[in-house]
Design a protein around this ligand. Structure first.
Ligand SMILES: *Cc1c(COP(=O)(O)O)cnc(C)c1O
Length: 231
């Protein structure tokens, strides 16, 4: 087999494998598999790793960096119009315009300034971008996200004052902690604010996230393999 064919086969097999594990977990907690989406996190991997999945029929991807996402996905989105791209990394205000132009979902709204810019870009570009608010469930100083105690007011401001299409919440639990209490916290904030969607769970902890009510899981390593460590 040629190397290209081998890469394709491996990635599709890895995807099917994780999809099977996810489906089993969903069924084990008596949920409906169609209620939980897999966002394939392709950051740090080139188009040659992504195209096999696109050809095979998966179209929901996540990226954490604007520049990288643009160079990879602008051409791919032309060729595969069904692609849905989620921004899952922090957003700087000088890149909001580009983010709104490229992404279909922004999962990481975490400050009013960003929320305001997104709101005005959505209007000026006339583009529908679904939005999530990132919650810093672990109260970690170095991590982005709205602090849990500020969440209700922040969500309210985004929805009422800025008219943003906020559909859900997203979190990244602190490493080396039991993720379940963080997922449960995210779920309770969402319920309280009548938000339907919960983006939580990655390659290592998706089982806990599904049990706690995730509606999308963000899976990178388990599909594409280990990323090279940033230098
Ligand atoms: C990289 C990343 C993921 C995917 O993590 P894996 O452990 O590779 O599955 C999920 N969510 C966010 C926000 C990420 O940055």
């Amino acid at each position: 087999m040629s190397e290209v064919v081998l890469v394709m086969k491996n990635i599709i097999e890895a995807f099917q494998n994780i999809q099977r594990n996810i489906t089993n977990e969903i069924l084990a907690v008596s949920r409906d598999p169609s209620d939980i989406k897999i966002v394939a996190v392709s950051k740090k991997f080139g188009p040659e790793k992504v195209i096999p999945l696109l050809e095979w029929g998966h179209s929901h991807f996540g990226e954490n960096q604007i520049q990288e996402a643009e160079s990879k996905w602008e051409p791919l989105k032309k060729k595969y119009p069904a692609v849905q791209l989620d921004l899952i990394g922090p957003l700087q205000s000088n890149k909001v315009k580009r983010a709104v132009a490229l992404f279909d979902v922004i999962e990481t709204i975490d400050r009013i300034k960003i929320a305001e810019r997104i709101s005005s870009e959505i209007i000026s570009q006339g583009k529908n971008v679904n939005c999530y608010i990132q919650i810093n469930t672990g109260d970690e100083e170095q991590k982005s996200g709205v602090m849990p105690e500020d969440a209700d007011a922040f969500i309210d401001k985004c929805k009422q004052d800025l008219g943003l299409p906020i559909i859900g919440l997203m979190c990244i639990p602190p490493i080396k902690q039991d993720p379940t209490c963080h997922f449960n916290l995210l779920s309770s904030i969402a319920k309280k604010n009548s938000l339907k969607y919960l983006s939580m769970g990655m390659s290592q902890d998706f089982k806990f996230a599904i049990r706690a009510g995730a509606t999308s899981v963000r899976i990178g390593t388990a599909i594409f393999g280990e990323r090279e460590k940033p230098v």
